[in-house]
Design a protein around this ligand. Structure first.
Ligand code: ARG
Length: 451
């Protein structure tokens, strides 16, 4: 059996490849985070009493960390199998450049708290991006809804025709669902906003490190408290974030399903422009809504990612276990998939064409049965009697004017009672939260990286 020398000792080559797993590729997504986390750590080391490194040495390390960030942006920073992961690749590079100084960087730190902080730095960027993309889709939906506020659409329950409704209500409802998902994402963001750095292997260190300082330097609201939960929180945090992502996907999947139905020629409520559809290799006439079918499929994928992480940690003993490494792949995949779906749907919604005639043609007299019963109530008949009367005389129902029918529904949240300002304010609050969080993060990180 072949033994391979690694950045930290020797190991059988097959064991090395097996344990490193996909980290060598996936950790490419964590290079910047690892450099920022390391910059905060060495800054803290330089302020300890007695200091582990001098202020001048700290500057040198941060200069090299910035160089790594530049290399990474050019696609030139390499993580070797012998490094196992980004953490040791960065430490090796620092040692190559700075000699003994590079060897001091890992003082009072473990790869366990290092990866935990990297993932939180990664997660916060990704969540802010997700919120931005969700806000863009919400605003596309709201614009579409407002434009079609007075366009009637048969409202369905059990998929069967129910009552007069509007295209505006349909679209505004999907926007509102996403607004709730944004609230979950913001919640996940707040839970993520705690710095695990300094928890080391899971049990802290015997030297007086300053965890408040590193949290602050990185732009986190606070350090996570117990050093053990800082590590046990790995995996849990990922499943919280993916939980919010899978709620986003649930909203998107339901909207996609509606769109598939409503774009069927049998409905024809909406049409999709050709450039958003795919063709068939055999049927020349085909224009298929593959995009939304895949959004539906990917909702399952994201949920599977969430469950994969949940399953990994549910039986995990306290303190770091290597199993946690395997949460990285579903974590990154689940986030990337959700974001891709949000991005593809915003222009999709903007391009939907509404076919008023087809929508009106869906109105048969029975759709007005409930409205008629309530009309009788207005004339003094008890509701159950009116209901019974209409039920027994469905044949008498005349086809009422669908536009008039929805114009009458003006109470809170009804087709003509949608509070557009309320929905828009919620969407703006999302954008504002992202802007504010980015401001805090960017200010902290750029100050930190100036050394
Ligand atoms: N690549 C590892 C992970 O993602 C880093 C932490 C390794 N820690 C350890 N004790 N082996 O979990």
């Amino acid at each position: 059996m072949k033994t391979q020398k690694t950045t930290v000792g020797s190991i059988n080559s097959d064991m090395l490849a097996f344990t490193a797993g996909r980290d060598v590729e996936l950790d490419m997504n964590l290079i910047v985070a690892d450099c920022i986390g390391t910059a905060a750590h060495v800054t803290m080391l330089s302020k300890m009493k007695p200091a582990i490194i001098t202020a001048a040495e700290k500057k040198k390390v941060i200069r090299e960390l910035n160089a790594i960030v530049v290399l990474a942006a050019e696609g030139k920073f390499k993580i070797r199998l012998a490094d196992q992961d980004v953490h040791l690749a960065v430490e090796r590079t620092l040692t190559e450049k700075l000699g003994d100084l590079g060897k001091k960087v890992h003082t009072c730190r473990s790869r366990n708290d290092q990866v935990a902080v990297d993932l939180r730095l990664y997660a916060r960027e990704e969540m802010l991006g997700t919120l931005d993309e969700a806000a863009a889709l919400i605003s596309a939906l709201l614009a579409f809804a407002k434009k079609n506020e007075k366009v009637p659409m048969v409202g369905r329950t059990h998929m069967q025709p129910g009552m007069p409704s509007s295209v505006g209500l349909w679209a505004a409802a999907h926007a509102e669902s996403l607004l709730d998902d944004c609230a979950l994402l913001v919640n996940a963001f707040e839970l993520n906003d705690q710095c695990p750095l300094g928890s080391a292997a899971s049990y802290g260190v015997p030297l007086p490190i300053d965890r408040e300082l590193t949290a602050d330097l990185l732009g986190f609201s606070r350090p996570s408290h117990t050093v053990l939960y800082a590590n046990n929180g790995r995996g849990k945090l990922e499943s919280i974030v993916l939980g919010a992502m899978s709620q986003v996907m649930l909203s998107l999947s339901r909207m996609a399903q509606d769109l598939m139905l409503f774009t069927m020629p049998e409905f024809g409520y909406f049409t999709l422009p050709d450039e958003l559809c795919t063709g068939s290799s055999i049927m020349p006439q085909k224009k298929n809504p593959d995009v939304i079918e895949l959004v539906r499929a990917r909702a399952s994928r994201v949920k599977a990612c969430e469950l994969a992480v949940y399953d990994l940690v549910k039986g995990s003993a306290g303190g770091y276990n290597r199993d946690l490494q395997d949460a990285k792949e579903p974590f990154m995949e689940g986030i990337a998939t959700t974001r891709a779906c949000l991005r593809v749907l915003a222009p999709f919604v903007q391009a939907i064409r509404v076919n008023k005639e087809k929508l009106l043609a869906g109105f048969t007299p029975d759709v007005f049965a409930t409205d008629r019963a309530l009309e009788l109530v207005g004339q003094g008949m008890p509701f159950r009697d009116a209901y019974q009367y209409v039920k027994e005389n469905l044949g008498e129902l005349a086809n009422m004017d669908p536009v008039k029918a929805i114009l009458q529904k003006t109470h809170l949240g009804a087709p003509l009672g949608i509070d557009w300002e309320l929905l828009k304010d919620r969407a703006s609050a999302v954008v504002e939260t992202v802007r504010e969080e980015r401001r805090v993060i960017d200010r902290a990180v750029s100050k930190l990286m100036k050394g």
